[in-house]
Design a protein around this ligand. Structure first.
Ligand code: SF4
Length: 304
């Protein structure tokens, strides 16, 4: 039984063959780190823990070519995924210089761009519209929570409304949008997280990436954890919240992931908790077994 609408199945249906997303670091910065909004960053963030390419300085095109070479034989179609930091944080000329060579590589069927909701200017929208007319384009926006109190607590530097506006604008341009959310943020009850699911379902968001909160060494969240202001969620507690979240999404929204993992070489030492984040396969099995046992169906609690 398919408990949810997986993104990999959606890509296979769209392109007729399995598609592999390849993370690329294009060297952009982030206004929540460079002092434009803040110097502290989001309380949970250390890109090294979330992206296998966060530390690389290799040019983006070379990263993509190497990754395709490594995947040769396993896949024939690829999406270049600009993953760490804020990949629309620059002027259009810079974006063009990075994006255009990537979409021209043989086997690349599209581009996924991770960014912040407040890093999209009018000229950038215009360029993205042009790009979407030439290749498959997906814009991934960090949201984490729909509650402004939580967003303020974790120093996101934007509100829920500031997320909703670009989602609507990108959707009006027929560009796919993906919301990144974190379950288990400080002060959030399951009901608050379910509310975030319902709010995402009410927006023209195409896909959702769901993560458990990971406590990463050296982040402000580590301090909150040490002070007892936030708990590390056990997988037994995460499973029902994840499932309740999925049940409240729209049936057509694509689920890109149902947990974070920290299996990237070199990053596992950054993990403080929860420990199950370092065991991707067994944790995914636990979550899927829970869905089987509880007949979880995406959208079964969606309210129009
Ligand atoms: S999570 Fe994204 S927006 Fe927040 S500090 Fe890290 S790179 Fe910047």
């Amino acid at each position: 039984m398919n408990h949810y609408n997986s993104y990999s199945a959606c890509l296979k249906e769209r392109f007729g063959i399995p598609v592999l997303k390849l993370p690329i670091n294009a060297g952009f910065s982030c206004p929540n780190r460079d002092g434009t909004k803040s110097l502290r960053g989001c309380a949970f963030c250390d890109n090294r823990a979330f992206s296998p390419v966060a530390g690389t300085t290799t040019p983006p095109l070379e990263q993509l070519q190497t990754a395709i070479h490594r995947a040769a034989g396993r896949r024939q179609a690829f999406i270049a995924y600009l993953q760490p930091f804020s990949n629309t944080y620059g002027n259009v000329e810079r974006l063009r210089t990075v994006y255009e060579p990537l979409i021209r590589v043989s086997g690349v069927v599209g581009l996924a761009v991770g960014t912040r909701p407040d890093c999209l200017s009018d000229p950038v929208y215009e360029y993205l519209g042009d790009l979407a007319g030439r290749t498959f384009l997906s814009v991934e926006l960090g949201l984490q929570s729909s509650h402004d109190t939580t967003l303020s607590l974790i120093n996101r530097g934007h509100t829920f409304d500031a997320f909703a506006a670009p989602v609507r604008r990108l959707a009006s341009m027929n560009i796919d949008t993906v919301a990144h959310v974190i379950l288990g943020l400080p002060g959030e009850s399951p009901e608050m997280m379910f509310e975030t699911a319902a709010r995402c379902a009410a927006l023209p968001v195409t896909g959702i990436k769901i993560h458990q909160l990971m406590i990463i060494k050296g982040t402000p969240m580590e301090g909150m954890f040490t002070e007892g202001k936030v708990e590390a969620v056990s997988i037994e507690k995460y499973a029902p919240v994840l499932c309740g979240f999925i049940e409240r999404l729209r049936p057509d929204q694509h689920i890109h992931r149902i947990m974070s993992d920290i299996t990237t070489a070199g990053a596992t030492g950054l993990l403080i908790a929860p420990e199950w984040s370092a065991h991707k396969q067994s944790s995914l099995k636990f979550l899927h077994d829970y869905m089987d046992a509880n007949n979880v169906v995406q959208g079964s609690k969606y309210l129009k």
